[in-house]
Design a protein around this ligand. Structure first.
Ligand code: HEM
Length: 370
């Protein structure tokens, strides 16, 4: 190699990196976050290859406390797509058809915020996943086309067909459930509209119009430990400071339950009669919750993405943390979370995995000695 190329190549690489800094950083962050956020997926059917947005791991806290645990929203992943899109889209369509009253309600005052939410959702999806969603103008109407399913929705310039139309279109596009929170005269946020297709022990028609405080009535220690902070947090949220948080539940699925029955849980996540479930029937059900203040109407869009991981697919470190956390729950918290149904089985499985790891390590040590 000549002296010229030894000097010229690094300079060229440096100049290239400076010139394309933004694209390189974008590429790097996409690589680090996995394939779920690819603008470069060429075909709508490529969604089947997209890995889910990484769920927050179970932390392993040794002392139980209800936590706000909010962090800045990863804005470019406000809404996500992954390989489960088509299956879950079928479930969503079925529920909107068969359980419409239970999963979708909008109070009259939420019509404008629901319309704004639909605009935000469609703009975001078309910008973020241009190969999956497309915006067009037809006869003066703004239309979004979902290229994976063939669905088309009018975003603006339409004659409204009903009060739930905009929010329904929004949740037919997303994998997230979406709710609209508005402030009442007492300054409290309440559930003004909701499309919650994958609920955990409640339904929209039971709780529409409830304040955030009422919604959390059954949650032990919620009012004592986070009630005030949640109200302050929601009141201070601005369009430029969106936030997110994560939550997990443990669910027990019955034998031969369909995906619809697993995801749509209006009553309970763990039926008492299923007290001896297999590890593969115990699911860690995580929710990624996002909070965004809408700039025009000032309402809040609350998004919930549900992820399921069977217990026997949980990495050892997280299983360890789950065992730690469930032991830290006072009895009344354990009862709320269904520990009576699945707790003994989880610990039995945990001890078995610990045993297997130990044996594996001893074998490895042994082979080195030999
Ligand atoms: C920062 C805000 C929030 C915090 C800290 C929070 C916290 C929690 C916690 C700790 C639970 C119990 C989950 C468990 O560990 O088993 C829960 C349940 C629940 N949350 Fe929230 N939440 C927030 C926002 C919201 C919002 C905006 C809604 C509106 C729909 C909501 C609706 C619910 C419902 C319906 C339940 C189930 C209650 C039941 O068991 O009946 N949450 N929440």
């Amino acid at each position: 190699m000549t002296t010229f190329s030894l000097v010229a190549i690094p300079i060229f690489v440096f100049l290239f990196a400076v010139r394309h800094q933004r694209q390189l950083l974008q590429w790097l962050s996409q690589k680090l976050k996995g394939k779920h956020c690819s603008k470069d997926v060429a075909n709508p059917s490529d969604v089947k290859r997209m890995a889910p947005y990484p769920a927050q791991p179970i932390k392993g806290r040794e002392r139980y406390r209800v936590m706000m645990d909010i962090r800045k929203l990863d804005a470019q992943n406000w809404l996500t797509l992954d390989k489960n899109y088509m299956d879950e889209h079928r479930v969503r369509t079925q529920l909107l058809h068969e359980k419409r009253e239970e999963v979708l309600r909008c109070l009259p005052e939420s019509i404008e915020p629901c319309q704004e939410a639909l605009e935000e959702v469609s703009d975001f999806l078309c910008e973020r996943f241009p190969n999956m969603f497309e915006m067009s103008i037809q006869d003066g109407r703004k239309i979004v086309t979902n290229r994976m399913t063939g669905d088309k929705f009018t975003i603006s310039g339409r004659d409204s067909k009903g009060i739930t139309e905009a929010l329904e279109a929004a949740v037919r596009l997303t994998m997230e459930d979406l709710s609209i929170l508005m402030m009442n005269e007492e300054g409290e946020f309440y559930l003004a509209a909701s499309a919650s297709l994958f609920p955990t022990g409640w339904t929209v028609n039971q709780r529409i119009g409830w304040t955030i405080s009422q919604l959390h009535g059954p949650v032990p220690l919620w009012h004592q430990q986070v009630g005030n902070s949640v109200s302050k947090f929601l009141a201070r949220l601005t369009p430029t400071s969106p936030m997110e948080r994560s939550n997990y539940f443990v669910e027990v699925k019955g034998p031969n339950e369909s995906l619809t029955e697993i995801l749509y849980r209006p009553n309970s996540l763990c039926e008492k009669e299923l007290s001896s479930p297999l590890p593969s029937d115990i699911l860690i059900r995580r929710e990624r919750q996002t909070f965004r203040r809408l700039p025009r109407t000032g309402a809040i869009v609350f998004g919930v993405k549900t992820y399921l991981t069977p217990l026997d697919e949980l990495p050892m470190a997280e299983l360890d943390n789950l065992a730690k956390e469930m032991r830290s729950w006072p009895d009344y918290v354990g009862e709320y979370k269904g520990r009576d149904v699945w707790g003994a089985k989880v610990l039995e499985y945990y001890r078995q995995r610990v045993g297997e790891e130990k044996t594996g390590n001893e074998d490895k040590d042994g082979s080195i000695d030999v």
